[in-house]
Design a protein around this ligand. Structure first.
Ligand SMILES: Nc1ncnc2c1ncn2[C@@H]1O[C@H](COP(=O)(O)OP(=O)(O)O)[C@@H](O)[C@H]1O
Ligand SMILES: [Mg+2]
Length: 303
């Protein structure tokens, strides 16, 4: 049966991965993303409401599509949160037999000219429809700007007619699916919300901006990272108590969560000696790495 597919089976075109929920790995992922508690609470509440209400209240009363969109700079944890949310949602309905499907938009849009629209249509009308008919389903539409590109901004160079039609196909299918499958939830992400078609955004039940970590969040991400390394190299977790730790956290403000964790890796690679014996890393190495990361951050780009 298709809906029982795992990542080891032949998945339908455009689906990168399919897994049963809840999944403890995704629970850990959810907890590893440090965000203000109310942001996470809003996300879970919106997802749960989608499942409790859509089957019972007419769409003429509340026109819900079952789509949540996370927007924000790259590296702020959107993809991780979307996966974690799928787990948290399933966990809220014990015994619900949920599945998570992850869509890989690039495999669809890289199809030969003229085939994108068909590939997108097939994905929604077949693979996603079958999964939704088999049980409650969460679909991750990662980097959705690729699938639902803003039709008003298309240039003639980039295969415009084809992508234009692909966006149309997505919108049509989302309406059909919203009508037929109240236990289907899309969680979409975008680094470039301005590149997402406004007809898509208008169908979203919630568009939630995911911010860069503030100073307090930077400190928590740094602590989480040092603590994780401490499980292998106990000396490293002690750096969180160093007098200069706060200065390090402050130096991270402006970096995204991914960049903070990468910066720690850079600190471990400060010298051949620390690279060979990571437990020798010092708080000064961390501070220098944080300052370097900030200085080399590419600014003024689309991010
Ligand atoms: N707010 C955060 N708290 C902790 N870790 C974070 C945070 N944001 C990003 N990260 C780290 O960065 C990695 C990449 O996050 P990802 O979900 O791929 O971000 P995005 O999809 O926004 O680019 C995550 O695995 C996580 O380790
Ligand atoms: Mg992502």
């Amino acid at each position: 049966m298709k809906h029982m597919a795992t990542e080891f089976d032949d998945l339908p075109k455009g689906i990168q991965r399919s897994r049963a929920l809840p999944d403890a790995t995704l629970g850990a992922l959810w907890h590893s993303i440090i965000l203000p508690e109310d942001v996470k609470r809003r996300l879970v509440s919106q997802a749960v409401l989608n499942l409790t209400l859509r089957g019972k209240v007419d769409r003429s009363v509340l026109p819900l599509h079952g789509i949540i969109l996370l927007v924000g700079p790259p590296g702020t944890g959107k993809t991780s949160l979307a996966r974690g949310l799928a787990h948290r949602t399933a966990e809220s309905f014990p015994g619900g037999k949920f599945r998570l499907l992850e869509v890989e938009p690039h495999t669809l849009t890289s199809s030969a000219m003229g085939k994108t629209q068909r590939a997108v249509s097939d994905l929604f009308s077949q693979a996603i429809t079958e999964a939704a008919a088999a049980g409650p389903t969460v679909v991750l539409l990662d980097e959705v700007e690729t699938l639902a590109a803003d039709r008003s901004k298309m240039s003639l160079e980039a295969n415009p007619i084809d992508i234009h039609r692909a966006t149309d196909a997505v919108l049509v299918q989302l309406d059909v699916l919203a009508e037929k499958h109240p236990h289907l939830l899309f969680v979409a992400t975008s680094n470039f919300p301005e590149a997402v078609d406004s007809a898509f955004t208008s169908r979203c039940d919630l568009v939630l901006p995911i911010p860069l970590p503030d100073r307090e969040a930077c400190a928590l991400i740094l602590k989480d990272c040092l603590g994780g390394l401490g499980r292998t190299y106990p000396a490293i977790s002690k750096l969180a108590n160093a007098p200069q730790f706060d200065q390090c956290a402050a130096a991270c403000v402006g970096l995204d969560g991914r960049a903070i964790r990468k910066m720690v890796a850079n600190a471990l690679a400060a010298t051949p000696a620390t690279a060979m014996h990571p437990e020798k890393v010092t708080i000064a190495d961390l501070l220098a790495a944080a300052k370097n990361a900030k200085a080399s951050r590419i600014t003024g780009g689309a991010a």
